[in-house]
Write a protein that binds this ligand. Structure first.
Ligand SMILES: Cc1cc2nc3c(=O)[nH]c(=O)nc-3n(C[C@H](O)[C@H](O)[C@H](O)COP(=O)(O)OP(=O)(O)OC[C@H]3O[C@@H](n4cnc5c(N)ncnc54)[C@H](O)[C@@H]3O)c2cc1C
Length: 473
């Protein structure tokens, strides 16, 4: 700990965002970066706690105090060396992680936590800038072959670790480019796709074979993969979108959020979309159903299209602004999150249930909604009740369904393999991430349900260790 008084003398300062009127004109990343001197100051706020709860709260187990100290001392190479021990892709988490570590930072007991996520991003970007990161293919190959199916953060992390251990990895991806939801989900204004290309080029140089445009179960049979490879890891995400089966669902103008967001990612990379398939929010009244991150991404994208009005509705109550006694430090608090997209313009409503889609000429025009209240029974289980007489209508030319994902897509590969599923419908695995079939592993959202990039990386890493143990027997 270089500066023992840093936490007493320096206030938290966030990187901040580009001005709203500027960022709404483009799809470039909205977050800025602090000058190097200020970044070092921010790292100097770390108290190097005896028990670093930030480390405990981080799914990949980043050892924050050690690299904060190196940032403060200006030894960026040492900071990078420590960081890359636990996280394969800090350039992704440094941009999009909700930073589960920060509410657990000991400083946050009575002050603002260290800007851990932004400090992480500074380390990895400095490492790329200074050329510390170079392709480092394994010196020895084990002769074992592994197929990884799905190239989201889980598949990428799993492939990276297995390749580093000397196994020959082939990564199969259904889409025409690598990245999963990093590429065709998370908007460019949160994550510039060049960051994925930069990393994937390194992985290829290090020897990972990448086969895009290959859906396993359709273009390639799993039977063939099992014959050709010593182990297989399934990292196909949890992509079964939650639907809402009410009157008017088949009206034009009602889309799953991912159809909108994925299409926008493709437009940004230069794809031409056929007029009939184009989803455009220009001058439209947009209603986003679902108050989470995917919904917030629909808000930001709609505003960039030039929507007339954007409303985001959520069934659950508005979360509290501050930590409550029910979620004491160092737990993750479920508090109100206002994203950069919300700041760009959006009306947010809570405790709203959607009853009916109302159209004209086959096109959505309005939503019939009502207010609901949530009450806990004596056991503390909450249930929802419609408030009688609270019906109201919301104008809507476009509706995005952003109510989350139920589980892994079971149709196709998963059903064909007859894999054991969990109660929630995801792929069941043992402590080594092996599924009910010997030699077949699963990780990431496909195994844990829709989650976060950092958990996908963690699971990809752990599955790789399980596969390595299996191959080393
Ligand atoms: C709109 C949106 C915004 C998000 N924002 C954030 C955020 O800000 N921060 C955060 O931490 N998390 C965010 N998430 C969640 C995060 O993106 C996911 O948790 C993470 O990508 C899961 O990684 P994964 O590797 O398990 O699966 P995925 O990223 O879903 O990747 C699965 C891959 O498998 C491929 N695939 C599927 N079936 C097959 C097959 N049969 N053969 C070959 N390939 C196949 C798919 O094409 C895909 O590329 C967001 C998610 C969405 C949808």
């Amino acid at each position: 700990m270089g500066n023992p008084k840093g936490f007493l003398t320096i206030k938290r300062k966030e990187s901040g965002y580009r001005p709203v009127e500027e960022r709404l004109q483009d799809y470039s990343e909205v977050e800025k970066e602090l000058p190097e001197k200020e970044r070092k100051d921010q790292a100097a706020r770390c108290m190097d706690c005896g028990v670093p709860f930030c480390h405990w709260a981080c799914p990949v187990g980043n050892v924050m105090p050690e690299w904060q100290d190196m940032i403060y001392k200006g030894d960026w190479k040492a900071a990078y060396d420590i960081l890359q021990e636990t996280n394969n892709f800090p350039e992704f988490t440094g941009r999009v992680c909700p930073a589960l570590c920060e509410p657990s930072c000991v400083l946050s007991v009575n002050d603002d936590p260290v800007t851990i996520r932004q400090n992480e991003l500074a380390v990895i970007e400095k490492a790329f800038q200074e050329g510390y990161i170079k392709a480092n293919p394994p010196k020895v190959r084990t002769g074992k072959k592994v197929a990884v199916i799905g190239s989201g953060p889980a598949g990428l992390a799993c492939s990276d670790i297995l390749n580093k251990k000397g196994h020959s990895v082939t990564l199969f991806e259904a889409e025409d480019e690598v990245g999963g939801y990093l590429r065709f989900g998370i908007p460019d204004f949160k994550l510039n796709k060049k960051m994925i290309d930069r990393r994937v080029n390194l992985l290829k140089e290090e020897g990972i074979e990448i086969m895009t445009g290959k859906t396993v179960g359709k273009d390639i049979s799993i039977k063939d993969l099992k014959k050709k490879y010593d182990a297989v890891c399934i990292t196909i995400g949890a992509r079964e979108a939650r639907d809402i089966k009410i009157d008017g669902r088949d009206l034009k103008g009602i889309h799953f959020a991912m159809d909108f967001l994925g299409q926008q990612n493709k437009i940004v990379r230069g794809d031409k979309i056929a007029e009939a398939e184009l989803i455009n929010a220009l001058d439209k009244s947009v209603v986003v159903i679902g108050g989470g991150d995917t919904g917030s991404d629909c808000v930001g994208t709609s505003n960039r299209h030039g929507a007339r009005k954007v409303v985001q509705i959520e069934l659950l109550p508005e979360p509290p602004k501050n930590r409550t006694e029910k979620e004491p430090w160092p737990l993750w608090p479920k508090i109100l999150k206002t994203s950069s997209s919300h700041e760009e313009g959006c009306e947010r409503m809570w405790c709203i249930s959607t009853k009916k889609f109302i159209g004209g000429n086959g096109q959505i025009k309005k939503i019939l909604a009502c207010k609901v209240e949530w009450k806990a029974d004596e056991k503390g289980n909450y249930s929802m009740k419609e408030i009688p007489g609270s019906d109201f209508e919301i104008e809507a030319d476009l509706v995005f369904l952003a109510m989350g994902f139920t589980h892994v897509v079971q149709e196709g590969l998963v059903k064909e393999m007859n894999l054991k599923l969990t109660l929630s419908g995801n792929i069941d695995v043992n402590e080594n991430y092996m599924t009910s079939e010997k030699g077949i592993f699963a990780a990431g959202d496909a195994k844990r349900g829709a989650s976060l990039v950092v958990y996908a990386i963690q699971e990809g890493r752990e599955a790789a260790e399980g596969i390595h143990r299996f191959l080393s027997k």
